[in-house]
Structures are given as structure tokens and as C-alpha cells.
Design a protein around this ligand. Sequence first.
Ligand code: NAD
Ligand code: DAU
Length: 377
Amino acid sequence: MRNIIITGGAGFIGSHVVRLFVNKYPDYHIINVDKLTYAGNLANLKDIEDKPNYTFVKADICDFETIMGIFRKHNVDGVIHLAAESHVDRSIKDPFTFAQTNVMGTLSMLQAAKLYWESLPEKWEGKRFYHISTDEVYGALEMTDPDGIEPPFTTKASSGKHHLAYGSKFFTEDLKYQPHSPYSAAKASSDHFVRAFHDTYGMPTIVTNCSNNYGPYQFPEKLIPLFINNIRHRKPLPVYGKGENVRDWLFVEDHARAIDLIFHKGTIAETYNIGGFNEWKNIDIIKVVINTVDRILGRKEGEDMDLITYVTDRAGHDMRYAIDSTKLQRELGWEPSLQFEEGIEKTVRWYLDNQAWMDNITSGEYEKYYESMYANR
Ligand code: NAD
Ligand code: DAU
């Protein structure tokens, strides 16, 4: 029996991780600790909420006493920490909330785990604190053009696989941190605290840095679900800047599989990068999404291209992210299972088939917030 806290389990990635663990490990007790901010949604977990090995606790990770109480009550021996403020645009408007949740909240989780585990006779034995971070802490990569070849060009990962890339450099685990947004600065700071707890107290920690996730249950402020919903309603698609920025996209269930593998088999104190070797310019991915939504809705493919609306760029907008996940492949044998075309088809169908889920979020308060964000651009 293992008692595992998953923080942020009502959010996008967290809900996939909770579902995977609850279904795959009936002997584990999964305790989902989530404050239910605007991004937390228990509807994401409807299918598993009655399982006997699942408990939901509504709590703020910054509330140290409450978190301490959860450790004691459930005799917690593992933490998978996902709770965070996650949207870059919000961090530009409200950096304090990001520092509070992402830095102080992580510190509160670490300190509770430390005090509780140190109080036990076996101390760190069999314990694990796994912190989920982002590739954004590494900063931004350039769009380079080696040998005069116009990107994207085919390159070979150290794993030996060929893939398309927009530059010759990648994020590897040994790169120095260079965060640019308040979101990534707060995540970087939380990563440092996690490593400090290993180095100072000997806490068994692991950190992973993942690229952009896509898939079901993502809050529709993020590019892909926002655009799917806007295309459905024939609303403008706000493309920041020229739409030339590059992101490396990974299907969320592949991230959850990697988290499962690393939680169980990863080496203590190590960092693993997780990514899809799947770089796309925003504008190209947007065109794929438009074509897919149009086709599934029975519209003429591409007829909604005129919804594309170029708007003022995001402040400090990172040009390119590209993860090198060779270490994870080499040491633990993980690789993405889905081709992007398959993943995006699955994703678009999910949002169109689950319009009630989307409408619940986008009506009311969120609609007002979104309209005001857009009006201010
Ligand atoms: P999300 O915004 O969808 O969900 C965050 C969850 O955390 C929500 O359920 C929210 O209620 C909860 N939460 C926020 N503040 C809290 C607090 N103070 N106490 C308790 N719960 C709180 O985020 P996501 O996209 O699922 O990201 C999850 C984690 O993965 C984050 O740490 C993020 O930095 C990281 N990450 C995300 C991506 C991505 O593409 N989405 C990629 C790499 C890493
Ligand atoms: O790289 C991992 C990160 O990916 C995670 O750590 C973050 O939590 C997650 O939000 C995501 O960050 P991004 O900023 O890359 O994701 P977002 O969906 O907000 O934007 C993707 C790209 O699309 C980015 O270049 C900005 C652009 N964009 C986004 C929105 C919402 C637009 O052009 N228009 C939009 O309306």
C-alpha cells in the first residue's frame, strides 16, 4: 500500500495523472490535493471519483498546517506535485499570485514532507517527492539556420531518430536556467527549492521538465482548446505576433505515462526532460486545427482560415522551445506513443464531443475574463 498525494489533480495534466494512478494501481491510495482555482475542475475526474482508492481534499498548498495535517492523516509516502499557476499570460498581469503558489506553495509542500518523513522511524526510506516542472525554465532557443538550410530541417536526435527541427540547439538537462516570464521564473525558483531540499536535507526528490502538453481537459485559455472552441463558434483566433514562435507538443497521456515511469523507476536527485521531438510553428499548428475542426464539423476544410487574426505579441514571448528527451529514452525506455496527427485528431474530437464540458467553463465569469483580456490587447 502506498499513500500518494497528487497536487493539482483537478487541473489538466493532474487529472490525467490521477486517472492513470487510480486505475492502474488499485493498491495505492491517491489523495488529490487541489484548491480548485479557476483552472481546477472536478468534472475532469467524474469517471474515477467513486473509486475506493481515491480521495479528494480541497486545500491550498500554501496552507502549511493543512498540508501537514494531510500528511499525518493519510501517512503519505509519496508526492507528485503538479499544483501551480500555469498560464504565461496571467503571470504577466499578476506575477504575485505566481510567486505565491508556485514558489511558496512548493516550499510549503516540501517542508511538510520533510517534517513528516523525518518524524518517522524509517525517515526517507521508500519516500519520494516528485516535482513537475516545465521546459520554459531553460529560456528560449534561437531559430538557427545551419548550413543555410531553411528551417524546419530534418535532424537526428542522439537517440538516433530523425525529426523536424527549427534550430540546431535543444534543451538538455545540463543547460543553465534562463527563465523570461514571471511564470517560468516562479517555476525555476520552485525547481531550485526542490533540489535544495535534496542537497541540504537528503530528501529523495526528482524533477522533470516537460514541453507543451495538449489533449482532453485542458483549460480553454491555452492555445489549442481556445482555438478549437473559437473555430466552433466562428470567433476570431488571436495569433500573437507573426505566429512564428515554435513549441514542442506532447500528448498529455504520454506525459502521464512518463510521470508514472519516472515516479517508480527514476533515479533520486536526477532531472529528466520530457518532450515529443515534435516542433511546430504556432501558425502551422493553427492551420492543422482549423482544417481538423472544419472537417469534423462537416464544413469545407479550411473555410475558417479567415478567423486568423494577428494581434499584439505576448510581452517577452519566447521564440522557440525544443526538448531533448534522449536521457529519458536511453535510461528508462520512454518515448511518445502517439504521432501528432493522431493526437490532434483525438483532441479535436474530444472537445467537439464534450461541448457541455467546454460550455460550463466558457459561460459566465470566464467569458467575461476572456473578453477583457482580449479587449486589452
Ligand atoms: P492547470 O492550470 O490546468 O492546473 C493547475 C491545477 O493546480 C488546478 O487544478 C488548480 O486548481 C491547482 N492549484 C492552483 N493553485 C493551487 C494551490 N494554491 N493549491 C492547490 N491547488 C492549486 O495546469 P496544468 O497545465 O495541468 O499544469 C500542471 C503542472 O504541470 C504545472 O506545475 C505546470 O507548471 C506543469 N507543466 C505544464 C505544461 C503544460 O503544457 N500544460 C507543460 C509542462 C509542465
Ligand atoms: O512549454 C511548457 C508550457 O507550455 C507550460 O509550462 C505552460 O504551463 C503552458 O501553458 C504552455 O505555455 P505556452 O505559453 O507555450 O502555452 P500557450 O498555450 O499559452 O501558448 C502556446 C503558443 O501559442 C505560445 O507561443 C503563445 C501562442 N498563443 C497563445 C494563445 C493563448 C497565441 O498565439 N494566441 C493565443 O491566444
